[in-house]
Design a protein around this ligand. Structure first.
Ligand SMILES: O=P(O)(O)OC[C@H]1O[C@H](OP(=O)(O)OP(=O)(O)O)[C@H](O)[C@@H]1O
Ligand SMILES: O=c1cc[nH]c(=O)[nH]1
Length: 268
């Protein structure tokens, strides 16, 4: 039996992973991720595809998860209609702080895209970009054993803010969980944490949602390609403990390969 209700939302895939998980269901985004993961694409094309994916994911996730406020903003028409030429409606709360986390290195491009989007619509004082110098540590067999964070640059507290983590590959979840622990231990308690993987495994979804009730996940694609055929045929999360998206080296299958390595052409 699934351990949660069936979650059904417009524009999202149905699943049993719980209320704080969103699986974006959009054919254009799926085409972009499929191209991005295909070995024939040139690197210049990958950047454009990543931009496309993260613009869409951020619009969906942040438009839903960031606090709203009633705003009144003058338009050019106010000159002719002093009372009516003003936009009055709901928009993002311009007083709420949002901190975007750049998880070096796979997360560099996604974080910059999301940060620029937020700075376009929110006051400068409310947005910040932190850089977490994170690298997974592997053992002699190439198995992931931990994450190193030395040399990170965090610009202050995240108390009461929304923390946004646009790391593209949600594999084991070690990176995001370690990032979250780092903030909670040293930089305050955010109001909410919005995690934006381009591709996430069921193992990742479990690890990050269990790490904290503050976490909300918006994944552009769910990969569980190493699951048995009868498990693959079920709705995501229905047989969660039997779903497999990770190989023995902590890589996502089908996945997209080592995205950090490919984007930087640095094989380390
Ligand atoms: O969910 P996890 O298992 O923690 O893994 C995913 C991490 O790997 C990728 O990064 P990148 O290739 O830049 O870094 P790496 O050297 O740590 O693999 C990705 O962007 C994540 O940060
Ligand atoms: O499959 C994976 C796992 C970690 N990092 C990646 O880029 N890909």
């Amino acid at each position: 039996m699934p351990n949660s209700e069936l979650i059904r939302r417009a524009g999202e895939r149905e699943h049993y992973y719980g209320e704080r998980v969103h699986l974006v269901d959009n054919a254009l985004i799926q085409s972009a991720i499929a191209r991005l993961g295909n070995g024939d694409s040139r690197r210049a094309e990958l950047y454009r595809l990543l931009e496309l994916v993260y613009h869409s994911l951020a619009v969906e996730a942040l438009g839903n998860e960031l606090p709203r406020a009633r705003v009144e903003v003058s338009t050019r028409m106010q000159e002719f209609h002093p009372a009516e030429g003003v936009f009055r409606g709901e928009a993002l709360d311009p007083s709420h702080s949002v901190v975007v986390v750049d998880v070096i290195r796979g997360g560099i491009v996604p974080a910059q895209i999301v940060f620029e989007m937020l700075t376009a619509v929110l006051p400068d004082a409310c947005t910040r970009l932190d850089h977490l110098n994170m690298a997974r540590i592997s053992d002699d067999q190439g198995r992931v054993t931990g994450v190193d964070l030395s040399g990170s640059k965090v610009g202050g507290t995240v108390e009461g803010a929304t923390l946004v983590i646009p790391d593209p590959m949600g594999a084991t979840g070690s990176t995001v969980v370690r990032a979250l622990e780092h903030y909670l231990e040293h930089h305050g308690r955010p109001a909410k944490v919005v995690v934006l993987p381009m591709i996430a495994t069921p193992e990742f979804v479990r690890r990050v949602t269990e790490a904290s009730e503050l976490v909300h996940v918006f994944a552009a694609r769910l990969d569980r390609g190493l699951s048995a055929p009868d498990v693959l045929a079920t709705t995501p999360g229905e047989r969660w403990s039997e779903e497999r998206g990770l190989n023995d080296h902590g890589y996502i299958v089908p996945g997209a390969g080592g995205v950090g390595e490919i984007l930087n052409n640095a094989w380390c």
